[in-house]
Design a protein around this ligand. Structure first.
Ligand SMILES: Nc1ncnc2c1ncn2[C@@H]1O[C@H](COP(=O)(O)OP(=O)(O)OP(=O)(O)O)[C@@H](O)[C@H]1O
Ligand SMILES: [Mg+2]
Length: 394
């Protein structure tokens, strides 16, 4: 599949060109749906971000598109195919993947190859000066041919002299330098990859927190959780245990070494993405050379638990916001096509859904800050629409 992102104009209408279908994911800032290009019947996915005409949200969405485009076409990055905007939403049409890494059953042999592919996606970002800042299992997708791909540039930023400052991402995966409000660079993503690898291998986050009910009542469940987690990472307490949970077998020394190298608190000692690819574990091409440990815990229950734990660090949703968004999308589809079938999947009753919150750099509704405007690469290339084009971004 090609991956050149087409020009998107404010007056180009995604609903004319694509039919929207079932929901594939509900993120903090919008939702992802399956979609089909009406003419070619090409199956894609569309990320829909609620902007409602607000300048900040619009600029954030523009920045997401710009940085995603800057990383460009890469085997281990989800391809952005086209971007659109209207007064309500920004839309990113992308290649459709099979599922997220969270849904995969992994054995250690697959894990090494998976880590290598994750690293290659991250290296693609770093090679063009983009820091992803939201590396976590849910932001790696698996394509139809089994390739692992990095997605979600919603919190990405440009690496700059003197480093970046500010909290961004999901608390359990944040680096020590970030939560200590020090300047950080692309090595923050390497830490987050280490935390992702730790969760996949050891069954818990590197830093484990306990909560008192009083604290939760006082500050609100998620806020308290996020603050406590960030404090644990900042202070290295309790230190990372490297012990497996729930009867999971210990990873091999080689793999443990790999994770420990990524979770190096001293950024001078932590390798860059290029250096990570040279680590001994990454040299293993033949998976049969690794002894595959049997897992006592059921992999599917482990996956469900990992998903639940990560979701606990997201802001709880307001279901009415999601419903309003669904209704509006349906109206737009009907308006521009007229034959929109009611094919959206309904939420499972009682299932906890993530929130559609106003955009902040942290998924936990935490303090956030953003360095000056980095979206300086808007193109003035004209589109081929019949009306005078108002170029949004390429
Ligand atoms: N191209 C795709 N194909 C299939 N599923 C996808 C695709 N893109 C995203 N998804 C699903 O939607 C979820 C949310 O996507 P994404 O991470 O881009 O949105 P987000 O709003 O930033 O979410 P979050 O706040 O959870 O990080 C993914 O975790 C994945 O399950
Ligand atoms: Mg995401």
């Amino acid at each position: 599949m090609g991956c050149a992102c087409s020009i998107a104009a404010e007056d180009a209408c995604v609903h004319e060109h694509y039919s929207f279908h079932e929901k594939l994911g509900q993120g903090a800032f919008g939702q992802v749906r399956a979609c089909v290009q009406r003419g070619t019947k090409l199956s894609c996915a569309v990320k829909i971000i609620k902007v409602d005409g607000r300048r900040t949200e619009k600029k954030d969405a523009q920045k997401e598109g710009l940085l995603w485009n800057r990383v460009g076409c890469h085997e281990h990055v989800v391809s952005l195919l086209a971007s659109y905007a209207d007064e309500h939403f920004s839309y990113f049409v992308m290649e459709r993947c099979e599922h997220s890494l969270c849904d995969m059953l992994l054995q250690e042999a697959d894990i090494v190859s998976t880590f290598r592919q994750m690293l290659l996606g991250i290296q693609a970002c770093h090679s063009v000066g983009v820091v992803h800042r939201d590396v976590k299992p849910a932001n790696f997708l698996v394509s139809m041919n089994g390739s692992v791909k990095l997605c979600d540039f919603g919190l990405a930023t440009v690496e700059k002299d003197g480093g970046c400052i500010g909290i961004a991402g999901s608390s359990p995966f944040m680096s020590p330098e970030m939560v200590q409000w020090k300047a950080y660079d692309s090595k923050t993503d390497i830490w987050s990859l280490g935390a992702t690898a730790y969760l996949m291998l050891y069954g818990s986050f590197p830093y484990v927190i306990t909560q008192t009910d009083d604290h939760m009542m006082l500050y609100g469940r998620n806020r308290s959780r996020n603050q406590t987690m960030q404090r644990a990472i900042a202070t290295d307490s309790p230190p990372i245990a490297y012990t497996t949970e729930d009867g999971l077998h210990c990873p091999s020394a080689l793999v443990r070494d790999f994770v420990q190298t990524l979770l190096q608190r001293d950024t001078n000692k932590r390798p860059s993405s290029n250096e990570c690819l040279c680590l001994p574990a990454m040299q293993l091409k033949d998976s049969s050379r690794i002894e595959i440990p049997s897992r006592e815990a059921s992999p599917s229950s482990k996956i469900q638990r990992d998903k639940r734990r990560t979701a606990e660090f997201k802001t709880p949703m307001d279901p009415t916001v999601e419903k309003t968004m669904d209704d509006l999308i349906e109206q737009l589809q009907t308006k521009f096509q007229g034959s929109f079938a009611r094919s959206f999947s309904l939420p499972v009753p009682g299932e906890k859904q993530p929130v559609l919150s106003s955009r902040s750099n942290s998924h936990g509704g935490e303090l956030s800050t953003r360095l000056g405007d980095e979206t300086s690469e808007c193109s003035t290339t004209a589109s081929s629409g019949s009306k005078a084009p108002q170029i949004y971004w390429v």
